[in-house]
Every structure is written in structure tokens, then in C-alpha cells.
Design a protein around this ligand. Structure first.
Ligand SMILES: Cc1cc2nc3c(=O)[nH]c(=O)nc-3n(C[C@H](O)[C@H](O)[C@H](O)COP(=O)(O)OP(=O)(O)OC[C@H]3O[C@@H](n4cnc5c(N)ncnc54)[C@H](O)[C@@H]3O)c2cc1C
Length: 453
């Protein structure tokens, strides 16, 4: 059987670039087109909320290194506006149509904006997803505002607040839940994170939402009114309240896609809305939701760097070698964050857990490992300032090891006591901080969303 002659990648960022490189590695020598709505060459997002905001790195230095020459046609600054799987064409905002034999959807996510139009349009109200966002926010912080308000204490919110404190700026963080990072890591570890915030001098308002953002006569942000009636005077606000999948352009295409992502199977083939896999349309990266073999009964979407790279490579392999046994995408979820002077690394999916136990170190000393269990099996581990030990936990999770794990670590507690991890109840999720939610569109499946925000 003849292989594809024209491959189109929609979304020219981490997953799109790594897929393009992998396609060439797999021997694809046909026409390769990358379509990106941003004007920039692919760049790395994790530094945006860390080294870029702090001023250590300019966004010019976030360009992703190229692993190999891909000999591609680049259509940058050109949003894809639709796809017709019947005629196999992607339409572009400038009216052109690009034909394909195989299409990879890698359009990622965007920050959930401030929901109210007037408040969201005020000068000084920011989100952080793109390098343009980072340049704007960096300039706003460099102008030494009197106070910065961060809305949401997930990973992005924590990283922004941490950089603000490093820059000597006063910061207020609002969080609807009882702790920072509660949806991702639960209230036990979130409680430790709350101490990191407060020790760094952050004014942390838990169990609190922002009711309105108010500006002056020139349309510049001046204050926020919180749900408890208090007022925070701030010239800069950063909305860090979760992400939405970039799938609007797929409306009417017949693909199973909505604001939660593009549904695909475990070999990255996109599904039609009747649940049938398409042989010529694939998805990878933050935009993709799929049934992970390690977590049966779930549809997973991971807003994680490692996953974007691994899924792009699996998709590329399967796009080129469709007739052979397809590869299955089954990575152990993994991500990291740096905030308030600690390095946090996670493997597995804490949000699935019904128990957590401290296995090494101490919460108070900010150096520890916590293991998460579900129905007496180890499902995740979080290491704070102890990154080297995580590989061992990852192997145990993959092997389906019992919980609590038997480690005999020299820095472990004498009698580890499993606790309720204290995740927000599913019926009462923190807004914009994705956790576990029912998805009516896919029968007998749940969606697990694990995001950097
Ligand atoms: C500030 C920040 C910090 C992060 N830090 C970490 C971290 O510490 N650790 C970690 O594991 N992960 C982190 N992440 C997450 C990580 O960056 C993402 O998982 C990764 O970028 C996903 O890559 P992607 O290619 O799937 O999606 P994206 O990087 O979102 O790229 C998708 C691209 O498609 C474009 N696009 C959208 N719609 C269209 C369209 N219709 N037509 C054409 N192009 C389109 C988008 O503009 C974008 O350029 C962070 C993310 C952010 C924003």
C-alpha cells in the first residue's frame, strides 16, 4: 500500500514541530505543511511563567531547538478555520484550502479569559499562554505596579505569584478552593503549598473568588471586589483560571471535539462524532483526549510538556505506518513546576486518588515525597525538592504496585499514615482548575483533565 504524500499539521508549536520531525525520522518524504495561527516559529511555553517573567530570559530565547531539518512549508500567522474530512482539505482564514492525505490536529489550548467583557478589556488584565502574553505581562511587572492580583492558585498562578514576590512586588492571590493546587494535588499537599505562598509574603485569599474587576475613567484596572466584599487595589491582574481547547475551527467537521478537546483513540486517531476512528486524521498534545490504557474508563487530556512530545511521536509513527500494528500512546503522566523556591515534580495522576501518604521527608522542611493511592494501588507520586527518587515511584505505578508502597527509605516516617487526599468534591470543582468531570458526549467514559493551570 502506498503511504501518504501530503501531511498537514495544524498547530505549529511543541506537538506540531516534534510530530513533523518524527514524520521525517519515520521516512516520510512527501509534502509537509505546518499551519500556525501565531506569527512566531515554535517556542517553549514553560519558561514564560518562570525565567521570562522574572526577566532572566527574553522571549526571543524561548524558540524550540530543532532536532533535525524538516523541509516543511510553514504557514504561520494563518489560522486554520475548518476541515472537511470527506474532501480531505483544511481551510485557512485567508481563503486558501490545503489538501492532505493525513492531518494532525495539534492546536493546543488557550487561557480561559476573564468571563465578564468589560472587566476583561481593562488595561492591566492579563492571561499567560503565548509569548506575546508573556511580553505584555513582563512589561507590566517591570513597570512596578503597586499590587498584582493573581486569580487562581493552580500551577500558572503559583508561578506568576512566585516571580512577582522575587521581583519585590506585592501580590494578592485569590483561590476559590481551600488550598492552592487543590484540584491537581489535593488539600493535604495544597496545605503545604499554602505555607509556601504565605512564607513568601503573598496575601493568599482562600475560599474566595473575584466578583468584579473595576477600572478608572481611562479604562485601566484599579481594583477588584472579592466574594467576601473586600476590595483589593491592583493595577495588574493575571487571570490563571484554567484552559480551553482550541477546537472551534473543527465545528461542523463531524469530528468528536468540543471545548474539552478532540477525542481520539489510543493510537491517536481522531474519532468522528459517532465514535468511529478516522484513519487519516490524528490528534496530539494539549488538545487531545484519549482512553489511556493505564486508566480504564477515562478520557484523559494532559496539558503537559512531556505528553505533547510523546503523543506527537506516537501519532507521527501511526500516520506513516498505518498498515502495520499501530503504536499505543500510554505514557505515565509527568510534569514539573518551579515556584516559591521549590521544584515540584509529579508522576501519575494524583486526581484519581482516594488516599495520600507522606513516604519521605517532611512537609514542613519543604522536601518530601507523597504517594497517592486508589483502591489500594499506587497511582501517583509528588516529589518536592527530591526529583531523583521519582523514577522509582514511576516504575512502581506502572507495575500496579500496592498502596501504601513499601520503600524502606531512610528518610521515611516510622509509620506512614494514609490520609484522605482532600480533593475538591467533583460537584464543587474549583472554577477553571480542571479535575474529574463526567462527559456525556462519550458513552461510559469520564474525562480526566490534568493541566498546568
Ligand atoms: C505559561 C505556561 C507554563 C507551562 N509550564 C509547564 C511546566 O512547567 N511543565 C509542563 O509539563 N508543562 C507546562 N506547560 C504546558 C506545556 O507548555 C504544554 O503542555 C505544551 O505547550 C503543549 O504543546 P501543544 O503543541 O500541544 O500545544 P500548544 O503549545 O498550545 O500549541 C498549539 C498551537 O496551535 C495554535 N493554534 C490554535 N488554534 C489554531 C488554528 N485554528 N490554526 C492554527 N493554529 C492554531 C496555537 O496558537 C499554538 O501556537 C506550561 C504552559 C504554559 C502556557
Amino acid at each position: 500500500m502506498r503511504g501518504p504524500e501530503r501531511i498537514v499539521v495544524a498547530g505549529a508549536s511543541l506537538a506540531g514541530l516534534r510530530a513533523a520531525e518524527a514524520l521525517r525520522d519515520q521516512g516520510f518524504d512527501g509534502e509537509l505543511t505546518l499551519i500556525g495561527d501565531e506569527p512566531h516559529a515554535p517556542y517553549d511555553r514553560p519558561p514564560l511563567s518562570k525565567a521570562v517573567l522574572s526577566g532572566w530570559l527574553s522571549t526571543d530565547h524561548t524558540v524550540l531547538p530543532r532536532v533535525r531539518d524538516i523541509g516543511a512549508r510553514w504557514l504561520l500567522g494563518t489560522p486554520a478555520t475548518g476541515v472537511d474530512p470527506r474532501t480531505r482539505q483544511v481551510s485557512l482564514a485567508d481563503g486558501r484550502a490545503v489538501p492532505y492525505d493525513r492531518l494532525l490536529i495539534a492546536t493546543g489550548t488557550r487561557s480561559r479569559p476573564w468571563p465578564e467583557r468589560q472587566g476583561g478589556a481593562l488595561h492591566g488584565v492579563h492571561v499567560l499562554r503565548t509569548r506575546d502574553d508573556a511580553d505584555r505581562l513582563r512589561a507590566a511587572l517591570a513597570a512596578a505596579p503597586g499590587r498584582v492580583l493573581v486569580i487562581g492558585a493552580g500551577f500558572t498562578g503559583g508561578e506568576v505569584a512566585s516571580v512577582c514576590r522575587d521581583l519585590g512586588l506585592d501580590v494578592t492571590v485569590t483561590q476559590r478552593g481551600d488550598t492552592p493546587l487543590g484540584s491537581a494535588l489535593g488539600g493535604v499537599i495544597g496545605g503545604a503549598a499554602a505555607r509556601w505562598y504565605r512564607d513568601a509574603g503573598v496575601d493568599l485569599r482562600l475560599g474566595t473568588t473575584v466578583r468584579t474587576l473595576e477600572g478608572d475613567a481611562h479604562g485601566a484596572l484599579r481594583r477588584a471586589v472579592l466574594s467576601d466584599g473586600s476590595v483589593v487595589e491592583a493595577e495588574v491582574a493575571v487571570v490563571a483560571a484554567g484552559a480551553l481547547a482550541n477546537t472551534e475551527w473543527l465545528t461542523g467537521s463531524g469530528l468528536a471535539a468540543d471545548g474539552r478537546g478532540v477525542v481520539c483513540d489510543e493510537s491517536c486517531r481522531a474519532l468522528a462524532d459517532d465514535g468511529t476512528p478516522l484513519g487519516d486524521v490524528f490528534a496530539a498534545g494539549d488538545v487531545a483526549r484519549w482512553p489511556h490504557p493505564l486508566y480504564p474508563g477515562q478520557l484523559l487530556r494532559l496539558d503537559h510538556w512531556d505528553n505533547a512530545v510523546a503523543q506527537a511521536r506516537t501519532a507521527a509513527h501511526n500516520m506513516v505506518h498505518a498498515s502495520r500494528a499501530p503504536l499505543v500512546h500510554r505514557p505515565l503522566p509527568a510534569f514539573w513546576s518551579n515556584q516559591f523556591g521549590v521544584n515540584l515534580k509529579c508522576v501519575g495522576l494524583p486526581a484519581l486518588a482516594d488516599q495520600v501518604v507522606l513516604t519521605q521527608g517532611s512537609l514542613d522542611q519543604r522536601q518530601f515525597v507523597a504517594a497517592y493511592g486508589r483502591q489500594d494501588r499506587l497511582v501517583a507520586a509528588v516529589a518536592v525538592d527530591s526529583p531523583r527518587v521519582l523514577d522509582g515511584y514511576a516504575a512502581l505505578i506502572e507495575a500496579g504496585a500496592p498502596f501504601p508502597p513499601v520503600l524502606n527509605a531512610t528518610d521515611g516516617p516510622d509509620r506512614p499514615e494514609p490520609l484522605d487526599p482532600a480533593f475538591p468534591r467533583p460537584a464543587d470543582p474549583a472554577p477553571g482548575l480542571p479535575s474529574v468531570a463526567a462527559t456525556p458526549s462519550v458513552p461510559s467514559a469520564q474525562a480526566v483533565l490534568a493541566g498546568h493551570e
